[in-house]
Design a protein around this ligand. Structure first.
Ligand code: NIG
Ligand code: FE
Length: 418
């Protein structure tokens, strides 16, 4: 029986709950000073003060002295496009010079270029690229990442990406949750007949990925020059019938009524939401759809941020994620995400913590298992080298993750992968 005892933490900091925390409740963190966590067989067994440690807990335990450090639930990056080949720094330069993301895409650049590079890469090459990324994520305190396909655009290439996600999950160091996003862009071969591509997704890709259990969620890019409302609805309805939980890239660049559709289909989450209308967001609240905000994409695209303050005031469950991808957001930096969410999107530090832990877990349907430090949950924990949680944002942009534990195994010690 594998045992870990974290002792003398200057603060244990965690939201509490087995579902996402809506609205102002995101500010209710439990803080235990001089805290201790007992972990056994991958699960959290006790959370208490160091003074309450029972002698028996010490026997055979790997003791982690967390003096001067804070202990948080492992961070969850609930929205990334993790598996791809190639980069698009030339497009980044064009955007810096004033070209828009949509114009670049309409001219044949954008997602299609990453599709071309990803199709050429072997499964092994994609795995090696993505594994370097998950190792860096782990070093920043991330214990779970969601990974979308969508740089394949054929049955074989979408499957190839999903298989890489599955293999990464098996090999660790962190948990990888797979999302099918064949409806990312209308691929070149179908530009003149988008309906044919929608048909391929519905009739072949979705059933096959479901049969092989290669993804748990299905996502669609509902956007001008990508998929329209009716197409998104058909793809997602087919996905639901095949057992997928649903996600939508909604209202990222224009208001395509994505928030409304997410509510209508009882999606687990809707992402971006930069241009959503009030009614759409209210419908999401009523249908318990988690709002996944991606401020690093807004930052990178120089778009206005999603209205996090309004969403929290109106009682939505708000999560944060990186949206790591080679086009609109080439970063998975957690310190940067925390700083931008807090300083530019005006979320409180407490809200940011809840958004990257329990609410991010809700966005991937795992709030009952991960996302907080509570008895019975998986022992996914991140320890940061700072005396209190304000330093996570105050010491902005600096990675302070020191020790990271996933399912009761130490994966990062002293900032290095074990
Ligand atoms: O979330 N919007 C669609 N997907 C990504 C961008 C992907 C890309 O440009 O390669 C996003 O912004
Ligand atoms: Fe995205």
């Amino acid at each position: 029986m594998k045992k870990i005892l974290i002792t003398k933490a200057s603060q244990i900091v965690t939201p509490i709950g087995r579902s996402g925390r809506p609205g102002q409740g995101m500010n209710d963190l439990t803080i235990i000073e001089d805290g201790c966590v007992l972990i056994q067989d991958g699960k959290i067994l006790k959370v208490c003060k160091t003074s309450e440690i029972d002698e028996n807990w010490l026997h055979g335990a790997d003791i982690i002295d967390a003096s001067g450090k804070i202990v948080l639930p492992g961070l969850i990056d609930a929205h990334t496009h993790l598996v791809f080949a190639g980069t698009r720094e030339d497009e980044f330069s064009l955007r810096m010079a004033g070209e828009s993301y949509l114009t670049i895409m309409e001219k044949g650049g954008g997602i299609q270029r990453s599709i071309d590079a990803t199709r050429l890469a072997s499964e092994k090459e994609l795995y090696d690229l993505a594994r370097k990324r998950v190792i860096n994520m782990a070093k920043m305190g991330v214990t779970t990442v969601e990974a979308k396909s969508g740089y394949g655009g054929t049955l074989e290439d979408e499957i190839k990406q999903c298989k890489v996600a599955r293999k990464l999950n098996e090999s660790g160091p962190i948990s990888v949750v797979s999302t099918l996003m064949a409806a990312h862009t209308v691929v070149r071969e179908y530009r003149n007949d988008p309906e044919k591509y929608v048909k391929l997704i519905i009739e072949e890709i979705i059933p096959r990925v479901a049969r092989e259990k290669l993804a748990e969620f299905c996502d669609v890019f509902l956007e001008k020059s990508a998929f329209n409302y009716a197409q998104a609805e058909r793809v997602l309805t087919a996905a639901k019938a095949n057992g997928f939980e649903l996600k939508i890239h909604a209202d990222e660049i224009t208001n395509g009524k994505g928030a409304h559709l997410a509510a209508k289909l009882n999606a687990i989450s809707a992402e971006h939401l930069l241009f959503s209308d009030r009614e759409g967001l209210e419908a999401m609240r009523k249908h318990h759809v988690t709002a996944v905000l991606l401020p690093l994409t807004a930052f990178s695209l120089r778009e206005p941020y999603a209205k996090a303050r309004d969403m929290i005031k109106n009682g939505l469950v708000v999560a944060l994620a990186s949206d790591f991808n080679p086009g609109s957001c080439y970063t998975y930096s957690m310190p940067m995400l925390m700083a931008v969410a807090c300083l530019s999107m005006h979320m409180s530090i407490e809200e940011v913590i809840t958004a990257l832990t329990l609410n991010a877990a809700a966005a991937i349907n795992r709030a009952h298992k991960i996302g907080s430090i509570e008895t019975g949950k998986d022992a996914d924990i991140a320890i940061f080298s700072c005396p209190n949680y304000a330093h996570l944002v105050y010491h902005m942009g600096i990675n302070q993750a020191h020790t990271v534990i996933r399912k009761g195994e130490v994966i990062v010690r002293n900032g290095e992968i074990v």
